[in-house]
Design a protein around this ligand. Sequence first.
Ligand code: NAG
Ligand code: NAG
Ligand code: NAG
Ligand code: NAG
Length: 812
Amino acid sequence: MEHKGSSASRLLYVFSCLLMAQSASGDISYSISEEMKPGFVVGNLAKDLGLDANQLVARKVRIDTEDNSKPYCGINLRTGELIVKERIDREELCSETASCILKFELMLENPLQLHRVTVQIQDINDNSPFFPKDEIKLEIRESADKGARFRVNEAHDTDIGQNAVQSYALQTNEYFTLAVNSNTDGRRNVELVLDKELDREQQNEVVFSITATDGGIPQRSGTVAIHVTVLDANDNAPEFSQGVYRVSIPENSPVDAVLLTVNATDKDEGLNGKVSYEFSRLSKKAKSTFSLNSDTGEIKVIGPIDFEKDSKYEIIVEAKDGYGLSTDTKVIIDITDVNDNAPIILLKSLNNPIPENAAPGTEVGIVNVQDRDSENNRKVRCNIQQGVPFKLVPSVKNYYTLVTTAELDRELQSEYNITMTVTDEGSPPLSSSKTLQLSVADVNDNPPEFVRKLYTAHIKENNKPGSSLCSVSARDPDWRQNGTVTYSLLPGEINGAPVSSLVSVNGDTGTIHAARAFDYEQFKSFNIQVMARDNGSPPLSSNVSVNVIITDENDNSPQILYPSPEGNSLVTEILPKTALAHSLVSKVIAVDADSGQNAWLSYQIIKSSDSGLFTIGVYSGEIRTQRDISESDAMKQNLIVSVKDNGQPALSATCTVHLLISDNMADLPELKGMPNGEGSSKLTTYLIIALVSVSTFFLTFIIIILAVRFCHRRKPRLLFDGTVAIPSAYLPPNYADVDGVGTLHSTYNYDAYLTTGSRTSDFKFARSYNEGTLLADHTLRKSSLSVNDHHDLLDNTELSQVRCVLYHTFST
Ligand SMILES: *[C@@H]1O[C@H](CO)[C@@H](O)[C@H](O)[C@H]1NC(C)=O
Ligand SMILES: *[C@@H]1O[C@H](CO)[C@@H](O)[C@H](O)[C@H]1NC(C)=O
Ligand SMILES: *[C@@H]1O[C@H](CO)[C@@H](O)[C@H](O)[C@H]1NC(C)=O
Ligand SMILES: *[C@@H]1O[C@H](CO)[C@@H](O)[C@H](O)[C@H]1NC(C)=O
């Protein structure tokens, strides 16, 4: 009700005013546009007020402003026209008030007349709309939604009405539209509406303008620039430059080597775009092998890389921005092989020891070669050292068999250190070697071997039973019992006695002992066979012969063959009276069963009837006259001759030589008076005389027979005396030479005169000597035989009483 009432009263007011203007004749009003030039005639006051223009001056007409404000208008005193005196700016005067009225009072004097004059100032469009700022800066987050509104201060136009802002226009842009709404209080709300979402990463600023236009004529407008800064929102995750990173590195890459750098970028800015990296999925092994720089994305090696353990790594790397948006990528690290593993040799089996009689090609062992590397780095070559009788034969895959290439001999080499070398084909190649020790087992393949081919033992006769003769020794290079040697005597006979009765052998030491005392005169040497045998199975043996030489001792005294010793001899040498000095009278012949010095005889006249008449050759035993025989010399002469050997101590024998100095046989009967135990002495004397003449022929005959028989059979030379054969060995080496002359042949080839019945004499029979000689068996037998032959021969010729002594010649 009140509201209605007030509006009704305002209406009433307007109406009354209109009424007043019309009724108040003294008032006048005009209307002019603002901004008229000074001098502009607003209206003719005089005319309008009905005043006489000529009287104006007189009436001192003037215009007063009510409140002493600026006199915008004046009056032309001459014409009474109201004119603009100063610039009238409605906006200045009235601002936004809708009606702008200048009020004056026109005063006239004489009579005082007062007129009220009002001038209504009409607006003209003299002002453009304007915005409060030249530029509007907006900061809008890119995450702002479509439809979001952003208020913009409206533009102002000091003009009013139609001349005020009527419309806004937006410079076309892809993001914003304009929404203008009027408020209830008449103000306008200008808003920018987001029509399309912003993307800072695409465009971080949007610049456009809004133009406000008034409705005046001509139209005026004002423009403001709008600068929209798009603020970042974390709307972008980091992005890796590659979907998958792949890198290949050799194993054993050094620590700190950079493998690769992953690079992720985030289009956001600031913290939103700050990318950090981390491993998102990583095996434990990879964790200790690789590191990732969280700022730079650098992946480095921090631990050992071994192709043989892992040849490939797959790592997921995550990139994160400051607010946690993330992406990941895969990093594949291929490890390439480096020849870092030397091949190795494994011994799979070994036949150790190997018998030395293994045939070439025998398999000894199996080796396996391994290399942990791959490709060429694991290809291997296998070698065996030079100079051993083994080789490696490739077998299946990486297996090799070790075989012998030659025969082995434990006795030459009992142990082999076989070095095998294996090299791979990497670059540089790696190699390793293995030495295996192989023993060669013994086989009993060597018989014992005596150190010497022949042993000779010297032992003096009359030795003690059990004394050692010598030692034999045999070596057997085989091992242990295969090389343990025992010695034994091979059975045999010596002179019909078993060897074992003569000597014995110590089986362990090989020392040969005499089983009894030996007699040089029985045998001077004998031969035994000793066998050395090893303990192998089967055993091997070898034989050696041991020559035992018995050395002489002076245990036999000389034996005088002629004349018979100790005065028993009836032999008498006949010496012609005409014999001159130095003529040979007789010869004492003696032998000694010993040998050497022990048998080296020397002769001496120890007693003679006429000392000074005869001498005896110290070594020859020849009795010679020392001077010419004279008539005064006794017819019968006796000499006692001693024969001594050269042994230590020396042994001797004596004999008596009877001599008859006579020229004719008539003296011979005197011989009957000589001591003679036999009645046959006369016959003997005759026989002797007969023999003197035939002996030469007889001896020659014997020599021829013997020479034929002995020389044909290349017999050793013998001293022969009818039944007695004295081997040359009986004589000392210089026995023949003691006489000093080559005349020995003839000198000794002379007759011997023996008494009848001398067959009973105690001459040693040659047989016993013969069988003890060093001569080879067959020779010995033959010589005995020939001696026997001669014996028979002599018997047959019934010259049983004749003894012939034949000294075999020494023709060197
Ligand atoms: C990452 O990649 C971007 C563009 O792909 C490049 O500009 C920047 O230099 C790279 N950063 C590194 C550390 O390589
Ligand atoms: C084999 O090697 C061993 C030990 O290294 C050594 O004692 C032996 O003498 C060697 N044998 C040969 C035949 O080289
Ligand atoms: C001796 O040789 C035989 C083969 O003849 C052999 O079996 C044996 O093992 C060898 N003995 C030794 C101790 O080597
Ligand atoms: C050694 O002599 C014995 C007996 O005569 C004989 O059986 C053996 O074969 C001989 N050994 C050698 C190696 O001659």
